[in-house]
Design a protein around this ligand. Structure first.
Ligand code: ADP
Ligand code: TMP
Ligand code: ASP
Length: 237
């Protein structure tokens, strides 16, 4: 399999065609973006850490029966994935209140959400990724109703797997975002699961170990991502 032209350059990853029409290469760059691209910095080692972290999590999800696009690690910063027809919607599950829900609803950060809550956002940086609902997704043709049902089911299924995985490493999975796409008509988990797209707190101290360190200028961003990986038994070399 050979790397071909660039298909898309996102804020943090680049996507390349390969000579196999079913496969793409995802390049995890060191670029780190927040606030829909309004804050962007280069952080040493982040591409490598996120690429390996993502491969590890995708493998755990696949073992649990969640279909994912991840095929293999190609090198430190690149992975081979199935080419999906991406659904332009972000699926967010929240176990603990943090981030935008606190601002939107005036809720205190740290409140346990029982049951966990679910939100859809439209992938649209220009409009600040607005929150949308299932009716919007169907009315505007962003996905069919059976695919919406499947995305919700798979996002909650991932919560059970990931909450337990992080808790075993003394971490709380506060919230996370997943993106899905279609491959031969089937809904498949795409994009990434890394500390760039979730919130993770130390279970005892509630110290932030995710991209909020970058958003809030707390420092030690990549060091914290590596610490999370080490607690899961990952070695970044
Ligand atoms: P953004 O587009 O938000 O700036 P990234 O920098 O992470 O995000 O770019 C990666 C892009 O690749 C995203 O738009 C994502 O939807 C897309 N993508 C992820 N996985 C796949 C896949 N398997 N097939 C096609 N596109 C994908
Ligand atoms: P929020 O609190 O900003 O709505 O984000 C909820 C979770 O989803 C948080 O872990 C960050 C993640 N997320 C992204 O990674 N990208 C996005 O564009 C959005 C809206 C959320
Ligand atoms: N993922 C979005 C961005 O890269 C939003 C965020 O993380 O704050 O800008």
């Amino acid at each position: 399999m050979n790397k071909c032209d660039e298909l898309y350059r996102g804020k943090a990853k680049s996507v390349y065609f390969t000579d196999d029409p079913d496969l793409l290469i995802l390049h995890f760059r060191n670029d780190t973006s927040a606030f829909d691209g309004k804050k962007i910095e280069q952080l040493d080692r982040k591409g490598m850490v996120n690429n390996k972290f993502n491969a590890f999590i995708m493998a755990r999800l696949a073992e649990a029966g969640i279909p994912t696009h991840h095929k293999s690690l190609l090198n430190d910063e690149e992975s081979v994935v199935l080419k999906l027809d991406m659904i332009p919607v972000e699926c967010v599950v929240r176990n603990i209140a943090a981030g935008s829900i606190c601002k939107r609803l005036g809720i205190e950060e740290g409140l346990d959400l029982n049951p966990p809550t679910f939100e859809f956002f439209l992938k649209d940086d220009e409009r600040g990724d607005p929150m949308i609902n299932e009716y919007h997704i169907e009315s505007f043709g962003w996905a069919r109703s059976e695919h919406v049902v499947k995305m919700k089911e798979l996002t909650f299924a991932a919560n059970d797997v990931l909450k337990a995985l992080f808790l075993a490493g003394d971490m709380l999975l506060v919230d996370y975002k997943l993106e899905f796409g279609l491959y031969k008509g089937e809904v498949i988990l795409g994009d990434e699961f890394t500390p760039d797209g979730c919130r993770l707190w130390d279970a005892e101290t509630r110290e932030k170990l995710d991209k909020d360190r970058f958003r809030q200028g707390l420092g030690d961003v990549v060091e914290s991502y590596e610490l999370v990986g080490h607690r899961l038994g990952l070695n970044f070399g």
